[in-house]
Design a protein around this ligand. Sequence first.
Ligand code: CUA
Length: 157
Amino acid sequence: MHKYEKIWISLGTASLAVFLIILGISAVHGGHTPAASGIETINPEHVREDARFSEPGLKEATDGDHDYDLYFLASAFMYEPGEVEIPAGSTVKIHVTSPDVVHGFQVVGTNVNMIAEPGLISTYEMTFDEPGEHLIVCNEYCGIGHTDMTSTLKVVN
Ligand code: CUA
């Protein structure tokens, strides 16, 4: 009887150790860990709970040498925001992700052409000098509403 008690106690200690090790590993690998390539990851199921994408749009930059961060959510079959105004001459870092399937993000008339992929945040930094209107279009086939998926980027003085 005494022997069995010893076995149970060591089993209990061993499973506690395993539990703590797993907890430690997930703590190290959890959260917003930037991938080695510089592409940031995000859990696509919780995109709307993320402060950056819960109310996507233009926000004053808090770090880096750009003026604004512009957050875009590409989902079937719309962009949020559906329209955005950028002050002419400002440098904007655009961040795009998707909560569902792969979409495109092309700002017509500029070099901005990204993929909005669930789980990843694509970024592109760009200075918008000329006032004008740019159509944003989805260039990855994503389903029945693909061609209706647009937004407008207005560069204003
Ligand atoms: Cu979204 Cu095509």
